[in-house]
Design a protein around this ligand. Sequence first.
Ligand SMILES: Cc1cc2nc3c(=O)[nH]c(=O)nc-3n(C[C@H](O)[C@H](O)[C@H](O)COP(=O)(O)O)c2cc1C
Length: 210
Amino acid sequence: MAKLLYIQASPRGQRSQSNQVAQAFLDAYKQKNPDDIIEKLNVFEADLPSFDGLAVQAKYTIMHGAEHTQEELQAWKEIENVIEQFKSADKYVLSVPMWNFSIPYKLKQYIDIIVQPGYTFSYDSQKGYTGLVTGKPLLVIYARGGQYAEGTKAQAYDLQKRYIEQIFGFMGFGDIKSIIVEPTLAAGAETAQARLKEAVEQAEKSARYF
Ligand SMILES: Cc1cc2nc3c(=O)[nH]c(=O)nc-3n(C[C@H](O)[C@H](O)[C@H](O)COP(=O)(O)O)c2cc1C
């Protein structure tokens, strides 16, 4: 019995294209793997701890190899709880809208919480950086209002997919699959509908082998 963590990063509920594609994936996945646990984390709804003040200080304390103060420990516990939930999964699905060519700020907050030395990556002066979350598949569903196809000029503006692949790769993910739904706005409603349908079909197919 595996645990799949679904991280949802659009606040648009049923209207969200990335959520709809993810839901199609999860429905098909559940049918194929009825005993697996699917845990959902919506980063806009979750009560994520702020990553400021004490939490940042606590991170530096770790990086300097020192011991946490009582106050830092308390703040760090909240960070650890989020990391623990993240690391407890065997498989991951992330649905993410493009916001200003990048990712929504709440997802960035989540990433700032989970990317921590000693938890999701390690550093060694000889070996450099090593990701600690390994051997687990990740499917990322990207939605964009415009189009950022490979080989086009627009691709350079895509800091969404590039960043997600870089930061999850940094944490050790080596098996990152993607489904892109685009353009959800720029070419009108009919095109958006057709692209959504294609992405849903792709999602249902990928669920068979995930
Ligand atoms: C704050 C905000 C910023 C956005 N910035 C971009 C952008 O830079 N490029 C783009 O192509 N679309 C942009 N969009 C459009 C969304 O990417 C598009 O509506 C997408 O379908 C959203 O994903 P969702 O439907 O899953 O919520 C933006 C939307 C919002 C709300």
